[in-house]
Design a protein around this ligand. Structure first.
Ligand code: FES
Ligand SMILES: [Fe+2]
Length: 420
C-alpha cells in the first residue's frame, strides 16, 4: 500500500533519497504537520515590505495562506488567512494597507492583531435571530502565529515551543544575514512563478553548488560562476541551513580548460553584445560575487553580483510549488549601484538568463521520476559520510544536510523502512 512510511532511506548519511518523497500526497500532508507546522521557523517576509501601521502582506507557509501585518503600535503579527466563522479566505490582495480586515462572506471584522471586533446583526433584529447571548467575540479571533525578526528579516512559527529564532538561525547564518543586510532596505519589486515540480527539488537545487557551474551556461561562459572558482559551503550545527559563496576571478585559464574541456556548459564562442549585465561592484570588499544562503525549510537569500533577493518557496501540491521573489536594495544606494541591481535582475526570476534553468529542472526531475517512487537518487559528490563544511563547489554534501534534518522532522529513519 502506498504510505508515507513505506519509503526506504538505505544510506545512513542520506546519500540516497527515495523518489517517492517528491510525489506522494501523504508525504506532502505529513510535511504540513511535521515540517511547516513543526518546531521550526519559516521565512515570512522582510520588515521593509510592511513599513507603516496597517501595511500587510500575504504569504504561504507550507500550503497555508497567512497574513503578516504591522499593527497600530508598529508591532508585526501574523495570522492564518482564514475567517474564524466559516473559514473563508479573509485577505485577497497580495499586499496593501488596512485599518481592519472584514470578511466578504458575513462581514465579521477583525483588528490588525486578528481579534474579532465586530459581527453584523450580533443581537439579531427586533428580538429575532442573532448570536446567542453568551457568544464571546474574544473567543473567536484569527489563528495567530509566532513572529520574530532578525535584522529586519521576519520568520514565523506555528509551534508554541519553538526555540528562539536567533538559536534556530545559529551561526554562521546570523553573520551572513548581517552581511546581506548591512543597511536599511528598500524594496525594488516582486516576481512570482509556478514550477511544476516538488518544492524540495528547489531546496536540493539551491544547496547544490556543482549544478550551477554545469546547468547554467550563461554563468560558466561569462565567468560569473564556474566550478573551477574558489568556493565554500558552510553550515550551522544541525546542517539544516547552508551558505555557499564563490570568489570572482579566482580560477585560472588552465583550470578552466582542464575542468571544462569537452563540457558543453562552457562555450567560448558565445559573446555578449552588451556586457553591462556582468558588471559587478564589490560592495562588501570580499570579492564574493555570489553568496547564496538557504534557511530551512522555505527560503533562499540571494546575492548574485549586486542583485539581492529573497526567494520564498511555497508548496502547492506534491507536484507544484510557487517561487516568490522579493528584490531589494538599500535606501542609500548610489544611482550607479541601483542601476546595476536592476539590470542584473535580468539574470534571475522566471525568465532570467540564469534562473529559468532551475525552474525547468524542477519540471524535468518531476517528469523523470514519475512511477519510480522506490528508486533512489545518488548524492555522493564531495564524498559520503559526515556532513562537514566544504571548501569546493564540487560537492552535494549540503543537499544531504537538508535531507538529514528533514528526515529528523518527518520521523524517517535511514537504513531501514520505517514501516518494518
Ligand atoms: S465566513 Fe467570514 S464572516 Fe462568515
Ligand atoms: Fe541553479
Amino acid at each position: 500500500m502506498r504510505n508515507w512510511t513505506d519509503l526506504t532511506w538505505p544510506a545512513e548519511d542520506f546519500s540516497r533519497v527515495p523518489f517517492g518523497v517528491f510525489q506522494d500526497r501523504d508525504v506532502f500532508e505529513q510535511e504540513q504537520e511535521r515540517v511547516f507546522r513543526g518546531p521550526i521557523w519559516c521565512y515570512l517576509a522582510l520588515e521593509a515590505e510592511i513599513p507603516n501601521p496597517g501595511d500587510y502582506k500575504t504569504a504561504f507557509i507550507g500550503d497555508t495562506s497567512v497574513v503578516a501585518v504591522r499593527g497600530a503600535d508598529g508591532k508585526i503579527s501574523a495570522f492564518v488567512n482564514s475567517c474564524a466563522h466559516r473559514g473563508t479566505q479573509l485577505v485577497r490582495s497580495l499586499h496593501g494597507n488596512a485599518k481592519d480586515f472584514t470578511c466578504v462572506y458575513h462581514h465579521w471584522c477583525y483588528d490588525l492583531e486578528g481579534n474579532l471586533i465586530g459581527v453584523p446583526f450580533l443581537r439579531g433584529l427586533k428580538g429575532k435571530g442573532g448570536m446567542p447571548r453568551d457568544f464571546d467575540l474574544r473567543a473567536h479571533g484569527l489563528k495567530t502565529l509566532r513572529v520574530e525578526g532578525y535584522n529586519g528579516v521576519l520568520f514565523c512559527s506555528f509551534h508554541r515551543g519553538v526555540e528562539p529564532l536567533a538559536d534556530y538561525l545559529d551561526q554562521p547564518m546570523r553573520d551572513y544575514i548581517d552581511r546581506l543586510v548591512p543597511r536599511p532596505i528598500e524594496i525594488l519589486g516582486y516576481m512570482r512563478q509556478r514550477i511544476p515540480g516538488n518544492w524540495k527539488l528547489y531546496l536540493e537545487n539551491i544547496k547544490d553548488p556543482n549544478h550551477a557551474g554545469l546547468l547554467h551556461q550563461f554563468q560558466t561562459t561569462f565567468g560569473l560562476y564556474r566550478n573551477t572558482q574558489q568556493g565554500a559551503s558552510i553550515f550551522d550545527k544541525k546542517r539544516r541551513h547552508e551558505i555557499h559563496y564563490s570568489t570572482l576571478d579566482s580560477d585560472d585559464p588552465d583550470d578552466i580548460s582542464e575542468g571544462y574541456g569537452g563540457v558543453s556548459a562552457f562555450n567560448a564562442e558565445l559573446k555578449l553584445q552588451d556586457t553591462s549585465v556582468l558588471d559587478y561592484e564589490d560592495e562588501i570588499g570580499d570579492n564574493r560575487a555570489i553568496c547564496m544562503m538557504s534557511v530551512f525549510p522555505n527560503v533562499m537569500f540571494q546575492q548574485l553580483s549586486n542583485s539581492l533577493a529573497t526567494r520564498q518557496v511555497r508548496p502547492r501540491s506534491p507536484g507544484e510549488f510557487e517561487l516568490y521573489w522579493t528584490f531589494f536594495g538599500f535606501k542609500d544606494d548610489s544611482a550607479k549601484v541601483r542601476e546595476m541591481r536592476l539590470r542584473q535582475i535580468n539574470m534571475v526570476g522566471p525568465a532570467g538568463v540564469v534562473s529559468m534553468e532551475d525552474g525547468e529542472i524542477g519540471r524535468l526531475v518531476q517528469l523523470g521520476i514519475r512511477g519510480e517512487r522506490h528508486r533512489h537518487s545518488v548524492l555522493e559528490m564531495g564524498g559520503t559520510g559526515p556532513i562537514e563544511n566544504q571548501d569546493t563547489p564540487l560537492t552535494e554534501v549540503p543537499v544531504r544536510g537538508f535531507w538529514r534534518y528533514y528526515a529528523e522532522l518527518m520521523g524517517y529513519t535511514p537504513m531501514r523502512s520505517a514501516a518494518e
